[in-house]
Ligand binder design. Sequence first.
Ligand SMILES: [Zn+2]
Length: 336
Amino acid sequence: MPVKIVKRVDGNKKPTDGFDPDANYQMVPLGSTREMFVESGEFRAELAVKGSTAVTAMSNFRVLLAGSNLPASLPGPNLFVQKVTIPERTLVQFTLTGGNVGMTVIQGKDLPNARPPAAKPNFQLLVSVKRQEMRFFTVCYLFDRINRDKRARLPIAELLNDVNAVFEQQTNFSVRNIDGPAASTLAAKTLTIDGSVGKKFNVYDKKLVGRVIDAFNLKFPNLFSTTHGVIFVLPVPITAREGKIIDDSNVAINMKARRKVDNRSFNIVFVGSVLNKDFTDLRHGLAHEIGHSFGLDHNTQINLMFPSLDIKSKRLNFNQIEIMHLMGPQFRQVDY
Ligand SMILES: [Zn+2]
């Protein structure tokens, strides 16, 4: 066996920290660290940064499983190297540091004793150092004359903390709820609009969406311009009705509304009222919709962006992490 990256060392816990095993990709936050695991085979092996050496360094080597040869001294916690040789049949854990924003490659290569190493590396690890991005959200409960405030609130602050963990660990995007714990209490923002939202809230009813936005702007000026998005909690279920197509399957939906008179855009997540008791659907739905608000499309593989509530994967792949940091937000757009 040649030298290889070990995808999981703790048995059952799937990685959630920005490692994409399919692409041999590791996101490292700028100024922070991520752990890697590499196992050598029958030969000693060299790990070397082959791309830009300013992006990352390796340090803090720990031998988890030693082969027959006692390991030569490997770089400790305060030694940062671009190249290291590990003994044969040894499993090491080491720390990658995020030195500068950018991408680089770490190559792993066997060092056979009797012959020169192969020209081709045995593995390549793409290391991508990303700066921290902050995205602010506010929460507002919506009522009307028929659906009055019965003083029930969702644990939305807690759910947004969970959503933050999904994105922060994997992508270095922080999801900040500017209302804090108040978003889950009677101190949360509320809005009562004149018109009735009816029995179901049709997210493609342009007039209705426009009324909600204008009423929110009147009561909470500047909040749309200082946040990434507003999460409206509806008193009724969501429907997405466009012509003959009716989709009643959403616990939440993200959209960008464009006001025709001034071309201003508003980024919204609507949360409907049909939710399972332990909020697992809403927790996943919120993370998925916030993923849309960060520019992510649906994914055909099982993933956070797989379009089904039955599969609640938190994983994001290497492409999605890169897209989030490269692209501006993309939305389903509704003009009003
Ligand atoms: Zn979706």
